[in-house]
Design a protein around this ligand. Structure first.
Ligand code: DHE
Length: 520
């Protein structure tokens, strides 16, 4: 309640300070231009929530520029043709107003939202003949569906409806039988691949980022922007096991969670905090810890009592860093993470064992580390990341942290993919005039050896391989789009499966084995 009171007090201060001219009608402009993506109540849909808690420290003029010109790397279009400068200024003031009441989403709300399907019956064995390990899911954002593909016959086994605005990779149970899908408005759906049936769904947050599965398959963590929590669900029945408030080390400020990842070798979840210079690690087994809450590299024994010790299931460990890191990439042993700083011009390497930063990397142009992948090139273990603002891929040696090469591309890309069995990395060019191109890069020479152009003028993006790496599946990311199946060796097109704005594809085997070439 203290939190609600603070928001309301802030609202009064705001209303006194911001005078919206009597003739302005930003609410009508919002309803006309913004609500379809950001929701009528401003709590987010395909677009992020437009309330102060989500807008963070962005200044009014920066927000006005985004409304006028759009935002690179997102679906946010520019509205300068439809709204004049005054209308945009008023719209900024409107979205900066706190909501009358801060949305809260408690454990009780989560429980109340839970909808388990009473028509679901668990099959004893897969209800299809296809190899259950070679199933690939294709997310179709055009009409909120997922197609379930047989990776050998390349046919659609099922097509089921998802919650609106699925984002991030769906996460499979370790045996590959169940999959969990998250939408930006906080819904988590459980689907049984063997039975080709939805099991149920639950709203774990009001505005969520992504999900992660614990190594033992028992827990699913949901990173929330709103409220400032991490929700941990039981994968069995989607009941909330713990709702962890994200309160920073100062014990006062709260933070959004940018993303949560599974660290399988560590039996933990790793969280990126958006508003506090901290990384959290949360144990997912009964024998987790003891973790010293407030752990820092130069930790002094006397400080233990000040911060407290946490032990057991969901015990937390806090790694204090210099500034908040947005997006993460992990080395395959999960001992190191690379994060991007807020300005998007450098990468910071954090050693998770000792809990401190150990190196900095020159990565200008907003690296998209969440799409990073690793492979071996000329005897070196390397990782590569696309950049959202520059037409380059950075290749880094993950033992020495040297920049091995900057590969120039036809424009900024979003996703990278490879597979153990292929000599190539597939890199899309998501933004700009060459959004219809897909580069094929040789893993050894790090040269672009071919550029595919399968649907001129259309966005071509995101690749996934079948289990054996024989086929590469690429999206034509348009409403009347398709998934194109390529022979991964000859690079010839084999088949086109029509789909409604297909985005990511996810192969069960590649995901549950943490295949080389897959971003996690
Ligand atoms: Fe994503 C994954 C963050 C915009 C489609 N995106 C991820 C992940 C993160 C992330 C942290 C890894 C999570 C995971 O899979 O568990 N995405 C962000 C952003 O911060 C950004 C730039 C701004 C935002 O609005 O959130 C952003 N992302 C987009 C889009 O605009 C995309 C292209 C369309 C969409 O659906 O929103 C998009 N993001 C995706 C996809 C993945 C993803 C398809 C999973 C890729 C994979 O292969 O695993």
């Amino acid at each position: 309640m203290a939190y609600l009171g603070k928001q309301q007090a802030w609202a009064l201060v705001f209303m006194a300070a911001v005078a919206i001219p009597a003739w302005a009608d930003p609410a009508a402009d919002y309803a006309e231009h913004c609500a379809s993506c950001h929701a009528e109540d401003r709590l987010g849909g395909t677009g992020p929530a437009l309330i102060p808690e989500a807008l963070g420290r962005q200044k009014a003029d920066a927000l006005a520029a985004v409304i006028a010109q759009g935002r690179p790397a997102t679906q946010m279009a520019g509205f300068a043709d439809l709204l004049d400068a005054d209308a945009i200024t008023e719209l900024v003031a409107y979205i900066q107003q706190p909501l009358g009441e801060m949305p809260d989403w408690t454990e009780d709300d989560i429980i109340a939202s839970r909808e388990m399907r009473d028509d679901y019956t668990a099959a004893d064995a897969p209800v299809f003949d296809a190899d259950p390990m070679n199933i690939t899911l294709a997310v179709e954002t055009g009409d909120s569906h997922i197609s379930v593909l047989d990776g050998d016959a390349l046919t659609v086994l099922d097509r089921f409806e998802t919650p609106f605005a699925v984002h991030g990779g769906p996460k499979f149970s370790p045996d590959g039988r169940f999959v969990f899908v998250m939408s930006r408005d906080g819904w988590v759906q459980k689907y049984d691949i063997w039975s080709l049936a939805e099991v149920g769904r639950v709203r774990a947050g009001v505005n969520s980022r992504n999900i992660a599965m614990s190594a033992d398959g028992k827990w699913l963590a949901v990173a929330n922007y709103l409220p400032h929590t991490l929700t941990i669900l039981s994968t069995d029945d989607l009941a909330p096991a713990r709702v962890i408030p994200i309160i920073a080390k100062d014990n006062i400020s709260t933070s959004r969670v940018s993303a949560v990842y599974q660290a399988p070798q560590r039996n933990s979840f790793i969280l990126a905090l958006k508003d506090a210079p901290e990384i959290w690690e949360i144990g997912t087994t009964e024998d987790s810890g003891p973790f010293y809450e407030g752990f820092v590299h130069n930790y002094q024994p006397g400080a233990v009592e000040a911060f407290g010790i946490e032990q057991g299931l969901f015990a937390r460990r806090r790694i204090v860093i210099e500034q908040p890191l947005d997006d993460f990439f992990f080395t395959p042993d999960y001992r190191h993470l690379i994060g991007t700083n807020r300005e998007g011009d450098k990468g910071v390497v954090v050693n998770l064992d000792v809990g401190r930063e150990i190196a900095e990397l020159p990565l200008p142009g907003m690296p998209h580390l969440g799409s990073g992948i690793t492979w071996t090139s000329q005897g070196r273990r390397v990782m590569a990341t696309p950049h959202l603002n520059e037409g380059v891929l950075s290749v880094i040696d993950i033992d020495t942290w040297e920049l091995v090469k900057t590969i120039e591309t036809a424009g900024p890309g979003f996703f990278l993919r490879s597979h153990e069995t292929t000599p190539y990395v597939w890199a899309d060019v998501f933004f700009g005039p060459n959004k219809d191109k897909m580069h094929i890069i040789d893993k050894e020479s790090l040269e672009i050896v071919r550029t595919l152009d399968p649907a001129p003028g259309k966005t071509v993006a995101h690749t996934e391989f079948t289990k054996d790496g024989r086929y590469a599946l690429v999206s034509i990311w348009e409403d009347d789009g398709a998934v194109i199946v390529y022979d991964a060796a000859t690079l010839e097109e084999v088949k086109r499966l029509p789909m409604r704005k297909p985005s990511g594809k996810y192969n069960v085997w590649n995901k549950i084995t943490f295949s080389d070439g897959t971003s996690h």
